[in-house]
Write a protein that binds this ligand. Structure first.
Ligand SMILES: Cc1cc2nc3c(=O)[nH]c(=O)nc-3n(C[C@H](O)[C@H](O)[C@H](O)COP(=O)(O)OP(=O)(O)OC[C@H]3O[C@@H](n4cnc5c(N)ncnc54)[C@H](O)[C@@H]3O)c2cc1C
Ligand code: SF4
Length: 472
């Protein structure tokens, strides 16, 4: 365990964020990397509580109490080896995982939980800094060929595992760079893209081949992949956005969140966006519809673009700031979460239904809204207007894009429109597997990594009759 009674001596202290006035002027990461001393001190708070619920709550089953103990003792290399055993990309989860582990920390029952996510980040960054992460090239190749379609965290985790098992893995990606939503979606102020480049270089040196700017099912017939490869795995994400089909939806100035975020990430990368396609919040009254994490990323982006004001509205009621009986410990609770983007300004409002968009000369001018009760029923007489020049729709995602790849290959879909698989991640079409958001619906990076790892185990077993890859 960490220090005996460390939790009684040391209070939880999270890493600092850069001052708001400074960080809204750029797209660099908002958090300040904690010192080794800070991480050791925080790791000392882990109680080694016998039945570690943090480990249970972490989808990939990270050995949290064990590595906390090693960090406290200064055994960083051993801590890294343990972390590396369960997580392909701790430098990503260590930055952007919502940390269900911390909500299940036993110390959190009557005190503040251990800073698990930050300790994870400290370990992996120590490993990078001290040269512990070197390309690990498999000694033997099996001769089996696997095509991974999609280079988000699910596709990359699956490719990494299968490559380490000795298979020849080719990742096809329709974007010009790999990473999926990590690359084009999640803003740089949460995850700088050099973090992805650092990892993808290692994966490339280890033998994974990346083919970018190829939309399988459009630029390249999927049937060709089936002919050439022993297995095809679909890890194409779940990107079809939920729309708000109300009066005025056709007005200029209303955009889907991903169109806005992807363009912003491309601009940060230095790309020139054609004038007629630019979505910019500068000097605009911005309304983000949808109170979730994607909406919060839009709020942070709008602040950085110099919006005049930003309002984020949500249909559901404001959640409690504390756990309620519906979400007892150790469950991941539905509580009010305030992101770093929210801390940067703007206004948040709940229980609001947007009834119509109103414009002038084809351009959006305002929203007509109404207050709703806890059952989302309109409250008579509560109609009001919000002035807006730019609306971002962040209402979640329905299912994967079907046109092209999925239509061509024809795997069975589940009731929600995601690709259905058996317990071994194989779709209804032999040789075709699926993992990540394509299979489970829009989720979290840590779940995508888990699905990628599990699918890799099943693919390896399918090809070789048995697998020595870890099942988790
Ligand atoms: C704005 C936003 C912010 C988020 N923030 C967080 C966060 O802070 N923390 C967190 O844990 N999760 C977050 N998530 C969720 C998380 O990003 C996803 O759950 C995760 O990226 C899913 O991984 P994936 O590999 O399944 O799919 P994706 O990341 O969507 O990757 C799929 C890839 O497949 C490619 N592709 C699709 N079709 C084809 C084709 N036909 N041919 C070739 N390539 C194709 C796509 O271009 C894409 O690169 C966020 C999601 C969004 C939208
Ligand atoms: S991956 Fe997420 S849930 Fe798992 S230990 Fe890291 S922060 Fe916690």
């Amino acid at each position: 365990m960490g220090e005996v009674k460390g939790f009684l001596k040391t209070a939880r202290k999270t890493a600092q964020y850069r001052p708001v006035c400074e960080r809204v002027k750029d797209y660099s990461e908002v958090s300040v990397f904690p010192s080794a001393g800070h991480s050791k001190e925080q790791a000392s708070r882990c109680m080694d509580c016998g039945t570690p619920f943090c480990h249970w709550a972490c989808p990939i089953g990270n050995y949290i109490p064990e590595w906390n103990d090693l960090v406290f003792g200064g055994h960083w290399e051993k801590a890294f080896m343990l972390l590396d055993a369960t997580n392909n990309f701790p430098e990503i989860t260590g930055r952007i995982c919502p940390a269900p582990c911390e909500y299940a920390c036993v110390l959190g029952i009557n005190d503040d939980p251990v800073t698990v996510r930050e300790n994870e980040l400290a370990i992996i960054e120590y490993a990078f800094k001290h040269g512990l992460i070197k390309p690990h090239i498999p000694k033997k190749r099996t001769g089996k060929k696997i095509a991974l379609v999609g280079s988000g965290p699910a596709g990359l985790a699956c490719a990494d595992q299968l490559n380490q098992a000795g298979h020849n893995v080719v990742v096809f990606e329709k974007d010009d760079r790999i990473g999926g939503i990590l690359r084009y979606g999640i803003p740089d102020f949460k995850l700088e893209k050099n973090i992805l480049d650092r990892r993808s270089k290692i994966l490339g040196k280890e033998g994974i081949k990346f083919i970018t700017s190829v939309n399988v099912g459009a630029d390249l017939p999927a049937q060709k992949l089936l002919k050439y490869f022993d297995v095809v795995c679909l890890a194409t994400g779940s990107r079809v956005p939920r729309d708000l089909k109300i009066e005025g939806r056709e007005l200029s100035g209303i955009h889907f969140a991903m169109d806005y975020l992807i363009q912003s990430n491309r601009k940060v990368l230095g790309e020139k966006i054609p004038f007629e396609k630019i979505i910019n919040a500068k000097d605009k009254k911005v309304v983000v519809i949808g109170g979730g994490d994607t909406g919060s990323d839009c709020v942070g982006t709008a602040h950085r673009q110099g919006a005049k004001c930003v309002i984020q509205i949500e249909l559901l009621a404001q959640p409690s700031s504390l756990r309620t009986e519906d979400f007892p410990w150790p469950r991941y609770p539905l509580i009010l979460k305030t992101s770093t983007s929210h801390e940067e300004g703007g206004e948040r409002r709940w229980s609001i239904l947007t009834k119509k968009f109103v414009g002038e000369n084809g351009w959006l001018k305002k929203l007509v809204c109404v207050k709703v009760d806890a059952t989302c029923k309109e409250i008579p007489g509560t109609e009001f207007e919000i002035a807006a020049d730019l609306v971002i729709l962040a209402l979640g995602f329905l299912h994967p894009e079907k046109k092209g790849l999925i239509v061509e290959l024809g795997p069975e879909l589940d009731a929600r429109g995601n690709v259905k698989t058996d317990i071994n991640f194989m779709t209804s079409v032999p040789k075709i597997f699926s993992c990540g958001d394509t299979h489970r619906g829009q989720s979290l990076v840590v779940w995508a990594i888990l699905e990628g790892r599990r699918a890799a185990y099943c693919i390896d077993e399918y090809l070789m009759g048995k697998s020595s890859l870890p099942l988790l």
